[in-house]
Every structure is written in structure tokens, then in C-alpha cells.
Design a protein around this ligand. Structure first.
Ligand code: ARG
Length: 278
């Protein structure tokens, strides 16, 4: 018989825990350049709508009982709304970001100023885009590479955060950050799109998470996997109906949000959310 102690996440009670998030409003959001296949420069953006959708996400977190710290947006940095890319924070240690593309480079220093307040900040040597590619899952950190974060940053993250890091290779440019291809639902429970990973990484994931939720290409294509879980409530794009149903079957409570404007930049709820883990 399977015991609750060994399989907490497949039959657990889905107890939520209070989280602390950092967010930055899309005050200066625009599609001015293309650094991922979702972005088409010149695409009109309804900034009022973007701000309203972002604020609805912020209020969703507050209604769920979480804390949200808002970072001041800076003109000329249209992608600054994607706060997840700014760092990875575990156990009071902040591993800062170093962006792949020059268009976003200046964000790192602006976020650093805010994040020195929440933990011990370590400046990175290697290119890494924070929680875009580092997903904390229980005691380990799942780490993406292939498009943005370089493998040497995985080892650096392990040293700085003092956690084992499991490297995963992304192969589909639409899913350029790990958090677009995979969601952490609770300590030992994840959802992912198998096709987004190299065969070797698929093997790693299948071995480690035999009961994972396997997302469909249709759910991934609306960035359904760009989700934020507190262990019970999973905030995800409302359009990811199949994934929401699968989560409900497992005892999670999906909470759908509409971030259609921010999808134009290649991001969803998780991209807009950096978690501070004390
Ligand atoms: N336009 C941004 C970029 O390409 C989107 C970042 C999305 N963030 C994320 N955590 N996946 O860098």
C-alpha cells in the first residue's frame, strides 16, 4: 500500500501555504523587439488592459492570502513586468539574474535594489534568467537551459542556493524558459509538456515524476504551464481548460486568469511573479 509519507502529493490534502511574491506593473509594457517567437514588434498593446489584467492577478494573490511586494517599473524596459526573470530566491538567499539579451540587461540592477531587502543577494557570473529557468520543487531546483540560461549558471545556482540542481534541456523555441514548459504544483508534483524537452531530459523527468501531469500541446500553446501554485490553488491562464480539468482531478483548485496582453510578450501569470522563499 502506498503511504501518505512516501506519496504526499498524489494523495495529499493539498494544504496551501502563504506565499510572498514580487511583481512589477506593465506601466511601460510594449512589444518593441523580438527575443522570443511570441513577440512581433509593432503588435499593438492595450496598456490599460494590460494594467487591469496584471492588477487582477495581483488581487487574485491577495484574495488567496498571499503577500505581494510591488517593484517600481522603469521607462524603456518594456519587459520588466516579467518579474520571475529577475532572480531565484530560496532560504533567504537571492541568486540574481543576468539577462541573455541587452534589451533586458538593465532590469537586473533595478530588481537587485528591491531584492537586497528580502535576502542575501549574490551577483551572478553566468547568464541566467531567474525563475524563468529555475523552478524550486521541494528540496531541489529544476533548471532549464537551451535558450536563455547557460548550463554553467546551473552549477552557480547550486552553490549559491545550496540546493541540488537538476538540469533540463529545452528544445522548442516557443517554450524558451522552463516556466513556459513546466509548472511546479507542490513539492513533488509537477506538470509539463514532454515535447518541449530533449529525449534525455524527458527520461530524467519521467524517472523523477512518474505521476506528473502531462500537458497537451494545446494547453501549453496558451502558456497554461506558466502557472503559480501555493500547494492547493493553481493560478493559470483561463484558456488552459484541459490542464485545469486535470488539476481539479488531482485535488487542486485551478484559478483561471486572463493575461492576453502580456501573452503578446511571451509571458503568463508565472512570468509576472517572482516568489520570495524565506
Ligand atoms: N518578453 C520576455 C522575454 O522574452 C518574456 C519573459 C517571460 N518570462 C518568463 N518567466 N517566462 O524575455
Amino acid at each position: 500500500m502506498t503511504s501518505v509519507l512516501t506519496r504526499p502529493d498524489t494523495i495529499g490534502d493539498r494544504t496551501p501555504t502563504r506565499r510572498h511574491y514580487v511583481m512589477c506593473p506593465p506601466t511601460h509594457f510594449a512589444i518593441e523587439y523580438a527575443i522570443n517567437p511570441w513577440m512581433r514588434p509593432g503588435t499593438p498593446v492595450d496598456r490599460e488592459l494590460a494594467l487591469a489584467q496584471w492588477d487582477a492577478l495581483r488581487r487574485t494573490y491577495l484574495d488567496l492570502g498571499h503577500e505581494v511586494t510591488v517593484v517600481e517599473p522603469e521607462p524603456g524596459l518594456p519587459d520588466m513586468v516579467y518579474a520571475a526573470n529577475a532572480a531565484t530566491v530560496v532560504g533567504g538567499r537571492v541568486y540574481g539574474a543576468r539577462f541573455r539579451y541587452p534589451q533586458r540587461a538593465a532590469e537586473a540592477e533595478l530588481y537587485r535594489k528591491a531584492l537586497v531587502e528580502v535576502g542575501t543577494y549574490t551577483e551572478p557570473t553566468f547568464v541566467n534568467e531567474g525563475e524563468g529557468d529555475f523552478l524550486v520543487a521541494g528540496d531541489v531546483v529544476l533548471a532549464g537551459t537551451g535558450f536563455r540560461t547557460e548550463p554553467r549558471a546551473h552549477a552557480e545556482a547550486a552553490r549559491v542556493l545550496r540546493r541540488p540542481v537538476i538540469g533540463l534541456e529545452l528544445v522548442d523555441p516557443r517554450y524558451y524558459h522552463l516556466d513556459t514548459a513546466m509548472a511546479v504544483l507542490s513539492g513533488h508534483d509537477v506538470a509539463y509538456l514532454p515535447e518541449a524537452f530533449s529525449p534525455r531530459s524527458r527520461g530524467v523527468l519521467a524517472g523523477r515524476y512518474p505521476d506528473a501531469v502531462l500537458a497537451s500541446p494545446a494547453d501549453a500553446a496558451v502558456l497554461g504551464l506558466n502557472a503559480v501554485s501555493d500547494g492547493r490553488h493553481v493560478v493559470l491562464p483561463a484558456a488552459a481548460a484541459g490542464l485545469a480539468a486535470a488539476l481539479r482531478d488531482r485535488g487542486y483548485e485551478p484559478v483561471g486568469v486572463d493575461l492576453s496582453e502580456l501573452l503578446k510578450g511571451g509571458g503568463g501569470p508565472k512570468c509576472c511573479t517572482l516568489e520570495v522563499r524565506a
